[in-house]
Design a protein around this ligand. Sequence first.
Ligand SMILES: CCCCCCCCCC(=O)SCCNC(=O)CCNC(=O)[C@H](O)C(C)(C)COP(=O)(O)OP(=O)(O)OC[C@H]1O[C@@H](n2cnc3c(N)ncnc32)[C@H](O)[C@@H]1OP(=O)(O)O
Length: 160
Amino acid sequence: MTDLDPNPFGPDQPCFGCSPDHPIGFHLRFAREGDEVVTRFTPGPQYQGPPGIMHGGLVTTLADEVAAWAVIGLLDRFGFTASIQVRLHRPMRIGVEVEGRGSILRHSSRTATIAVRLSQGGVDALTGELTFAILDQAAAERLLGGPLPEAWRRFSRAST
Ligand SMILES: CCCCCCCCCC(=O)SCCNC(=O)CCNC(=O)[C@H](O)C(C)(C)COP(=O)(O)OP(=O)(O)OC[C@H]1O[C@@H](n2cnc3c(N)ncnc32)[C@H](O)[C@@H]1OP(=O)(O)O
């Protein structure tokens, strides 16, 4: 297992899922294990929906982050989430460690589709497929509505 650089986008990146400084975020870190990225995370009570159960939207956010890091860690690109298809098979329990795994199902230079599995105690709680658009710098700047920070540029695809 190889730990991935937790901060390839520089110290000021604001991501809810992985910024180490986010006041209410997940603070996720990732490792590469063969053809997968892996993270471990224990949801706290601030992430509840029903009592004792993680909010389904936040479970999906966790899946989105795992998939985004599969694009970063396995393809060395940044992808913007374009579609999310998930099934929540079991409740995600607060206070119990979640293992998240992401792998590449298929990819081109312009898109990547990622398989994600979130489990607790070895039992799947979420499985899904998420597709990401890998943009060139100009398209990423149109999406952001401003300049792409320097540290992000190497994760864009080449312009065609
Ligand atoms: C700091 C570190 C952070 C790391 C983690 C980040 C975690 C989460 C990542 C995000 O949250 S990103 C923010 C949430 N996502 C967005 O705001 C994206 C909103 N959607 C868009 O801006 C556009 O719809 C999008 C850029 C995704 C696609 O725009 P276009 O359709 O104009 O792009 P284009 O036409 O160039 O299409 C690019 C490719 O994506 C494909 N595509 C577009 N939408 C798709 C879709 N919904 N499903 C599947 N494929 C799709 C499209 O077919 C095409 O494939 P091909 O080139 O192979 O033909």
